[in-house]
Design a protein around this ligand. Structure first.
Ligand code: BGC
Length: 739
């Protein structure tokens, strides 16, 4: 119901309000000089020193002279008030600044990294995470976050896989909507709203070889089928702004791509917010070899539909001349400024520029007990149990050897892009377990990286004294996120060697992983008794890990990204194509490797529980479906284990024959259900032709008649299909525009 009201708000109130000329904005625009207009079209970063924020004189001058529309990397009520004063009191027109920041998974109270949070498969938890982030950030001076990042990511080498919702377009679209709703709330002018910025538009996740900022070269079909839908979903959910990506697609950098911005985002999807560049991506078009100099890059970006230049200062320095020379129509500048001013008005800044600079509110909400409780709840739900031969949950009476470079760590727990989060305020695994009265003996053993084995013998001695070994290992937070690509995906440094030494003691061995991407865990999966993937769980990670290790919470996270057996399998994702020679182990000339199986180590959707769930085969309400009809698919899921738990019941489809080839499976629904021990539930999904639609041969969007397989299964590799027939085709949208 609440969701319906939010949608109604955007459709009935917010969207038309954005479409109508706003008299206040028009009046203001009418008073502005070209220089003042161009000023609004820039965002600059503030500077920080070690003890707090300081503003470089140059930016102070820029603000005073009306040469900046927004500032990022500046927060706290006091600092933002000081900067806002410069804009409001010292410029001719007093237009307030917009304060933006990368509030990606929490502001001060840090939630699990987005990839981990997506593994909750719980849209309510995800929305709540964004809401708490908004409540905190908006109390700390901020109006705008550069999130959600909705880039579909299928290459674990790419460090930014940590920032998104994983490999699936459909799930990623649901999560994109939830995050936009969470950040923005239902009133952009509310003190605790945070404008969203859907990024990075577009296809940034398809960087070749997983190397950050690298070239993207994909087909139009791949662009539309895989990469664009989460952006469309976020735009439809009312995302206030959109950020262009660093990459090129088919030879055209996104920041100069009028097809993406003006034709698709604005023209086709009706996006009414403003578009900001990613950092200096206007200037980077020169190095791309797309623009001969800054002036040309500025013209290309403005004509493509970019409204705000982050950090290049090219709009500021060069666009005025281009307008005078008529290379850029004044109307283009006016439209950009209109969109920016309108968003400032909608955010309530014309009514009160200091809306988010209230120290009393900051004191009340920042890192409040409720916010920490929400972070702990999200964290425990994000963990994925990859293996367990019975060593978990830990029996409280056991003596535990807690080993590994992350056992006592706090800083890494809050992950990358941790906004104003303070690692010192995070709860380590040691602290989380000790607080529960567990007998721990601790040894670090080794660092995350490097070849030093000096700590091995102490770690092994510690293990020998204990009943069970809990090894806390993984990546450093800085090994994922921006500019953090890896070519190897195994545990860094000598951690695997340490695990082998611990294994040799013969003690039961549980591995607690912290990492921002899928890792290659071939050795670990064979040699550890249990593996719990905890990503980077945030401020409350240690407590949440204790909740799961001690069995107070039965893990229910499921992977949103495939774990390969070897880097050489990448790209590997569940919804690949069959090929003309699908794997046949008895036939050499089929699509396979000589040295590794085709299937992943852990598939999309996978995750264990401390209990066991059993599925019946899916049952269909009819053998066929027509264009206007609906088909019910039902299965019974039963908890046959000894503990209560939660299961993520997943619905997959395969369109067996199409005008273009179709993936072997595609997720089209899920339900997360609690099941008490012995309890069973009938889970049903309703399918209509819309669920069967795709970008067809002519790039129209619709469903084609023919046979479909449907699975109700615990992950993308499991289950048995049922077959039904779609008796007639249906067209839902005409062919997409051509670039
Ligand atoms: C990143 C963006 C981020 C921006 C501002 C860029 O380097 O790619 O995701 O929002 O910096 O901090």
């Amino acid at each position: 119901m609440k969701r319906l009201l939010v949608i109604l708000f955007f459709v009935v109130l917010a969207a038309p309000a954005l479409a109508r000329p706003d008299p206040d904005v028009e009046a203001l625009l009418g008073k502005m000089t070209l220089e003042e207009k161009l000023g609004q079209m820039n965002i600059f970063t503030s500077d920080w020193d070690q003890t707090g924020p300081t503003l470089r004189g140059q930016y102070q001058q820029d603000i005073r002279r009306g040469r900046v529309g927004a500032i990022f990397n500046a927060y706290t009520p006091e600092f933002t008030r000081k900067l806002q004063d410069l804009a409001v009191k010292e410029t001719r027109l007093g237009i307030p600044l917009l304060f933006g920041y990368d509030v990606i998974h929490g502001h001060r109270t840090i939630f699990p990294i987005p990839l981990g949070e997506a593994c909750t498969w719980d849209l309510g938890v995800i929305e709540k995470g964004a809401r708490v982030a908004a409540v905190e950030a908006s109390a700390d001076g901020l109006h705008w976050t550069f999130a959600p990042m909705v880039d579909v990511a299928r290459d674990p080498r790419w460090g930014r896989i940590a920032e998104g919702a994983g490999e699936d377009t459909w799930l990623g679209s649901q999560i994109a909507r939830a995050r936009v709703r969470g950040f923005q709330g239902n009133n952009l002018a509310a003190p605790d709203a945070l404008l969203a910025c859907v990024k990075h538009y577009a296809a940034y996740g398809a960087a070749q070889a997983g190397r950050d900022y690298h070239t993207v070269d994909i087909s139009m079909r791949e662009l539309w089928s895989t990469y664009l839908p989460p952006f469309q979903a976020a735009a439809e959910a009312g995302a206030a702004t959109c950020m262009t990506s660093f990459n090129e697609i088919d030879g055209v950098p996104s920041t100069g791509n009028g097809y993406l911005i003006n034709t698709v985002l604005r023209g086709l999807w009706g996006f009414k917010g403003f578009v900001v560049t990613d950092y200096t991506s206007i200037e980077e078009m020169i190095k791309h070899g797309f623009s001969k100099d800054a002036a040309e890059a500025g013209v290309q970006a403005a004509l493509a539909g970019v409204d705000m230049d982050m950090q290049s200062a090219i709009f500021l320095n060069d666009l005025g001349k281009a307008v005078q020379d008529r290379r850029v129509p004044l109307a283009v500048v006016d439209d950009a400024v209109r969109r920016i001013l309108r968003m400032k008005k909608l955010r309530g800044l014309f009514a009160n520029p200091y809306l988010c600079s209230d120290p009393a509110r900051a004191k009340r909400v920042l890192m409040s007990p409720e916010n920490r409780a929400a972070a702990r709840d999200a964290a425990k739900r994000s963990f994925v149990l990859l293996k367990n031969n019975g060593v978990l949950p830990l029996k409280p009476a056991l003596k535990v050897a807690l080993v590994g470079p992350l056992a006592e760590d706090r800083r890494n727990l809050i992950g990358n892009w941790s906004a104003a989060g303070d690692g010192n305020k995070a709860v380590s695994v040691r602290e989380g377990l000790s607080a529960r009265g567990l007998t721990l003996i601790v040894a670090k053993g080794c660092e995350i990286e490097g070849g030093d084995r000096g700590g091995f013998s102490a770690a092994v001695a510690t293990a020998k004294k204990a009943d069970v070994v809990v090894a806390v290992m993984g990546e450093a937070a800085a090994m994922s996120g921006e500019a953090a690509s890896r070519s190897r995906l195994d545990l860094p440094g000598v951690q695997r060697d340490l695990l082998a030494a611990l294994k040799a003691t013969g003690k039961p061995l549980a591995l607690i992983l912290m990492n921002g991407r899928p890792l290659v865990l071939d050795w670990e999966s064979e040699n550890c008794d249990a593996i719990l993937e905890t990503w980077f769980g945030g401020t409350e990670a240690g407590n949440a890990i204790a909740d799961v290790l001690l069995g107070d919470y039965n893990p229910a996270g499921r992977l949103v990204t495939t774990f390969p057996r070897a880097v050489g399998q990448v790209p590997i994702h569940y919804n690949m194509k069959n090929t003309g020679r699908p794997l046949d182990p008895t036939n050499k000339y089929t699509s396979k490797y000589l040295d590794v199986p085709n299937d992943p180590l852990y598939p999309f959707g996978f995750g264990l529980s401390y209990t066991t769930f059993q599925y019946t085969a899916p049952v269909l309400s009819a053998a066929s479906l027509d264009a206007r009809g609906a088909l019910r698919v039902t299965a019974t899921v039963r908890n046959i284990g000894k503990r209560d738990g939660e299961e993520v019941v997943q619905l997959y489809l395969c369109d067996r024959v199409g005008s273009v080839t179709r993936p072997v499976r595609e997720l089209r629904g899920f339900q997360k259900i609690p099941l008490k021990t012995g309890e069973q539930r009938t889970v049903s999904f309703t399918l209509t032709a819309k669920d069967l639609a795709f970008y067809r041969r002519d790039m129209s969007f619709g469903a084609e008649p023919g046979d479909f397989d449907v699975w109700i299964a615990p992950n993308a590799e499991a289950g048995v299909p049922a077959r039904f027939l779609l008796t007639e085709g249906v067209t839902l949208a005409p062919p997409v525009p051509k670039p």
